[in-house]
Ligand binder design. Structure first.
Ligand SMILES: Cc1cc2nc3c(=O)[nH]c(=O)nc-3n(C[C@H](O)[C@H](O)[C@H](O)COP(=O)(O)O)c2cc1C
Length: 274
């Protein structure tokens, strides 16, 4: 079987699949011909499934993206302009969590959804690490604090991290402003070989963050932990992040303690219309 299969009983020879293919490896010689793969097209295929997605007749299947695994789009479920505004503007960084564990199935569901974020050349390089053990997460936070203490020993007022003394002071008083006692921690990773790994995993985390409220969950980017991971190799090792995974970002997850009632405003965009 070839990379693409055309059901000739359904194909209308409308040329849409050929016109849509991002690497132009599908061609239709003339109006009477069925679409076909150009010679050597297999090597150029991104496996993105656009050819399957765009065919109005369900006439094309792809070996890596089989038609029967591509559900039809339910247009009635696509959000309206107003719904998009509410959906995007109501996303919040959640830092106060209920004392409730996050179910593994829910995290798995979110990770599955995050797969649909775009990735450069459809490389899909993002991998995941999930921590749901409270003690383990506390241990990671302790490691961040220990690293901050070492930084502060050398420079009690670091210009690039003026918040550090406050965070350590708060920790000593029993307050966690680093991982906010989150019951879950998700780390998205991509290997060194993937030049766009950091962008890809950031987008995947954004998808995950946007989907989390649909399961009643809230998330927060763990920038302080990321800073520690980048500056202090032993922490990376302690978390089990391999040397050849330079692209990573952690995100807290848990059940939000509070609800939000308003959509806070943001700076006006600076746009250069050229
Ligand atoms: C890359 C990145 C790192 C962040 N790191 C932290 C962090 O370490 N701790 C924290 O409490 N919030 C962190 N945040 C959350 C931001 O403070 C938050 O997005 C911002 O204040 C706007 O609030 P909102 O996300 O609710 O719109 C981070 C956000 C991003 C995008």
């Amino acid at each position: 079987m070839g990379l693409i299969t055309i059901d000739e009983t359904l194909c209308k020879k409308d040329g849409i699949c050929a016109a849509e293919c991002p690497t132009a490896i599908i061609r239709q010689k003339d109006e009477d011909s069925y679409p076909e793969l150009v010679p050597g097209g297999e090597q150029m295929c991104l496996g993105c499934g656009h050819c399957v997605a765009v065919c109005p007749h369900g006439a094309l299947s792809h070996a890596e993206v089989p038609l029967d695994q591509c559900p039809a789009i339910r247009r009635e479920d696509i959000m309206t302009r107003d719904q998009a505004v509410q959906f995007l503007r109501s996303r919040r960084s959640v830092r106060r969590f209920k004392d409730k564990a996050v179910e593994k199935e829910k995290v798995q569901h979110l990770i599955e959804l995050a797969r649909y974020a775009p990735t450069a050349s459809n490389a899909q390089p993002v991998e995941w690490m999930v921590f749901t053990d409270r003690e383990q997460i506390r241990g990671i936070t302790e490691n961040v604090v220990a690293w901050m203490r070492r930084v502060l020993e050398k420079d009690p007022h670091p210009a690039n991290a003026p918040y550090m003394p406050l965070l350590v002071g708060a920790w000593d008083m029993g307050m966690d402003y680093i991982l906010h006692q989150a019951p879950g921690l998700i780390v998205a990773l991509a290997p060194k070989a993937d030049a766009n790994g950091m962008v890809d995993l950031t987008l995947a985390l954004s998808y995950l963050e946007l989907a989390a409220p649909s399961l009643g969950l809230g998330t927060c980017w763990a920038g302080l932990l990321q800073g520690a991971l980048l500056s202090h190799k032993p922490l990376k090792e302690a978390m089990g992040i391999a040397e050849n995974y330079p692209h990573h970002y952690p995100m807290m997850i848990g059940y939000p303690k509070f609800k939000y009632y308003r959509l806070p405003e943001r700076k006006k965009p600076k746009v250069a219309w050229r």
